[in-house]
Design a protein. Structure first.
Length: 231
């Protein structure tokens, strides 16, 4: 029987649960963190087009120590809502709910529905993840792309198909563009691509290197403009 996302009741349970918990947390959180001010300033500079302005008295879009993806998403949503705080919280909530969803989908692929449902449900109710997913912080965006990259990387390592390595490279680039730690996925997946079950030699070293190159190329395609800019 073919799997259908629309008919997966467990997925919908964790998705709706995560959304309700994060909306409640967001509506009852009235204080923003120091980092939130920096992210909003960065988003404002994106909206106003201050890309080349050299002024260290304020946080500039790409020259900031804060990586640009989360503020960029805030800036994109601001075009529709015209409120930086609400836009930032909506981005965090969407990414937080997406994180719970990807945990379920990857968990089901690797283990089974019961384990995936339990893990996703625990994540949906976890106080720290729900708080990070409701505040103006980059954590939910980062963890979504990081977990997605790790999950795709695990699948890629086990079947060595280039398409999964492309997905891993893109996801890890987006994680890196959110927080610098995201680049670590390349190291982890790259190491296991080369050395995982290498003694059996069922797959040639050249194919492993080809898959690794595909992943690095996908990562570079997205991340290189930012890396060149800050150099």
């Amino acid at each position: 029987m073919n799997y259908s996302v629309l008919k997966d009741k467990y997925l919908w349970i964790v998705l709706i649960t995560a959304l309700v918990v994060r909306l409640y947390t967001g509506l009852t959180t009235f204080v923003i963190s120091t980092d939130a001010v920096q992210y909003i300033d960065q988003a404002r500079n994106f909206v106003e087009g201050k890309f080349d302005m050299i002024d260290y008295s304020e946080t500039l879009s790409l020259r900031s120590s804060y990586h640009p993806l989360y503020p960029f998403l805030i800036a994109v949503l601001y075009k529709c809502i015209e409120n930086y705080e609400i836009s930032a919280k909506i981005v965090s909530v969407i990414m937080g709910v997406s994180l719970v969803t990807v945990i379920y989908v990857i968990g089901k692929r690797i283990f089974d529905s019961r384990i995936a449902f339990l893990c996703a449900l625990l994540l949906a109710f976890h106080p720290y993840t729900s708080r990070f997913s409701a505040e103006i912080l980059s954590e939910s965006t980062y963890f979504f792309f990081f977990i997605l990259a790790i999950g795709l990387g695990y699948i890629a390592i086990n079947n060595l198909r280039p398409l999964y390595y492309v997905g891993t490279g893109i996801s890890s680039a987006l994680a890196y563009l959110t927080r610098p730690e995201g680049i670590g996925v390349l190291v982890i997946v790259g190491f296991f691509t080369i050395f995982w079950k290498i003694s059996s030699m069922r797959v040639s070293l050249s194919r492993r290197l080809w898959c690794l190159g595909v992943m690095l190329l996908a990562f570079s395609f997205l991340a290189s403009p930012y890396l060149i800019y800050i150099k």
